[in-house]
Design a protein around this ligand. Structure first.
Ligand code: ADP
Length: 503
């Protein structure tokens, strides 16, 4: 039987909260925002049908506080909670407590969160579904000589990973036997500290792989569909910076095999809702399962752009008990989409998270451009939250059109008052690696070094430009000054990039 939600609470903040609020609006569902004091003036708080202030100053007391969020949900009389990504989105206890409160968790069942939240039990499901996994050792870690023999057999370099790890935490590279013990201890310690679980396993470290993931969508009636793949190999410190769909580097046979493997795995896990099956792919197009992200991904807009399917609305439909009314063959790839993650980080200072006040903001909205952002002039950017500020997405009939649009968007997007990575994003998309579509998970590091040394040698006027905005007393600079700084910036940056057209 299908139910119909009247009101949904969004257990999240910023751009993803806005994304879900907008989906609710289109479905005539009231939205409830929650916010901590720092977010009181945020756009998502203003746009929600209702908003509730959370008590507490630290994230664990606010956005991670299950009891408090459920109390608000109860008070607001919501039917369901959408957790977004991050925070409580993959927390099985939260999903379970929602059920106990009679509130639908918009995501997979708690059992699926438990099974797939642990990389080792997810690998076991992959084995069962005959999906290849990275060669390695998944048993209890022995001591001494026996451990060394296992590592020798896998071959160096290898990775030690925390079974419960995520976001690059609990992962350690081992290049030789002497580093193994310490890597195990650190991965165990991080697994325990961040995820409450010290189980670790060992994996072969593939050199220069690509990270390609498959979006899946499943309902509670046993149907599982794939929405094709996303290429996410532009990574810094194992975290994604630019994503695109479809992948420019795989054959249609590999695409089909990857997508079928993802569907098999999701079926074996009795999965429902939206999810992502992540793989790494070697230079021979051999792919290996990495993990399942049991939630909406940051990069979901590129998939929405090329399939025309609204993933948030589909998640809501599935949570309402609806049967997805399409066939796999109805889902077609159309065009090409690219997403750049705009981060508050300081290129002058090893890309450390930056803080400040948004002085001037101009987000160019035009055909083929989607900006998922929660930025507003006067907004304080604080380092307590994730440094991702916005997602800039372009879509075109071909990859080249999407790329050209992205280049123009990065050039015209104006954000003053806070240090950010737009120039670096521009540099990345203009590199030969990205332009050719032949890149892997280690492509960004050398480009980063080139970017930094070029900036140092050219003494870019950007820092002066950013500082002008930072020190502007009102936090805002006049249109004339802005135009002048933008023009000089544009000229300088084009000159700067022209050196690197052939990188
Ligand atoms: P997390 O859950 O912490 O994000 P993942 O297992 O998803 O960790 O891996 C994150 C990234 O680390 C991958 O996208 C890839 O770049 C790299 N990586 C993970 N496992 C391997 C491996 N076995 N060989 C090479 N790179 C890997």
């Amino acid at each position: 039987m299908t139910s119909s939600f009247k009101k949904i609470l969004i257990a999240n903040r910023a751009e993803i909260a806005r994304r879900i609020i907008h989906a609710c609006r289109e479905l005539d569902i009231a939205s409830v925002a929650i916010y901590s004091e720092e977010d009181a003036g945020s756009l998502y708080v203003k746009e929600a049908s209702e908003a509730y202030l959370l008590n507490g100053s630290e994230i664990r007391e606010t956005y991670l506080n299950i009891e408090q969020i459920l109390q608000v949900a109860h008070k607001a009389g919501v039917d369901a909670i959408h957790p977004g990504y991050g925070f409580l989105s993959e927390n099985a206890e939260f999903a379970q407590k929602c059920a106990e409160f009679g509130i639908k968790f918009i995501g997979p069942a708690p059992e699926a969160l438990v099974k797939l939240g642990d990389k080792l039990s997810a690998k076991a499901i992959a084995h069962q579904a005959k999906v290849p996994t990275v060669p390695g050792y998944e048993g209890d870690i022995p001591q001494g000589e026996q451990l060394l023999q296992i590592a020798e057999k896998i071959g160096y370099p290898l990775l030690v990973k925390a079974a419960a790890g995520g976001g690059g935490k609990g992962m350690r590279l081992v290049t030789q036997a002497g580093e193994l013990q310490e890597a195990l201890l650190i991965a165990q310690r991080e697994g325990l500290a961040y995820f409450g679980n010290d189980r670790v396993f060992i994996e072969k470290y593939l050199s220069e792989p690509r990270h390609i993931e498959v979006q899946i969508l499943a309902d509670e009636h046993g149907q599982v569909f794939h929405l094709f793949e996303r290429e996410c190999s532009m990574q810094r410190r194992h975290q994604k910076v630019i994503e695109e769909a479809p992948s420019p580097s795989i054959s249609s046979q590999t695409r089909q095999a990857l997508c079928e493997a993802a569907v098999r795995l999701a079926k074996a896990a009795q999965y429902s809702s939206a999810g992502t099956v992540e793989f790494i792919v070697d230079s021979q197009d051999q792919f290996y399962f990495l993990e399942v992200n049991t939630r909406l991904q940051v990069e979901h807009p590129v998939t929405e752009s090329v399939t025309g399917i609204d993933l948030v609305q589909s998640q809501i439909a599935v949570a309402q008990g609806e049967k997805l009314d399409f066939q796999q063959s109805d889902i077609q790839l159309k065009g090409h989409a690219i997403e750049c993650r705009l981060y508050a980080e300081d290129p002058e200072n090893d890309f450390l998270p930056a803080e400040g006040v948004v002085g001037v903001l101009e987000e160019p909205h035009r055909p083929g451009v989607r900006i998922d952002s929660s930025l507003a002039e006067g907004q304080k950017i604080l380092p307590i939250f994730d440094p991702m500020l916005a997602k800039l997405i372009t879509f075109g009939a071909t990859r080249q059109i999407a790329l050209n649009k992205m280049q123009a968007l990065l050039h015209d997007y104006t954000l003053l008052g806070i240090r950010h990575n737009i120039d670096f994003l521009n540099f990345l998309i203009q590199s030969n690696d990205f332009q050719s579509g032949h890149y892997h998970t280690h492509s960004v590091q050398p480009l980063l070094s080139e970017f930094q040394s070029l900036r140092a040698s050219q003494s870019m006027p950007l820092s002066a430009w950013a500082v002008a905005a930072l020190t502007s007393r009102s936090g805002k600079i006049s249109n004339k000054t802005q135009k002048a700084t933008m023009d000089s910036r544009s000229r300088a940056f084009q000159g700067f990039l022209s050196h690197f057209k052939n990188v």
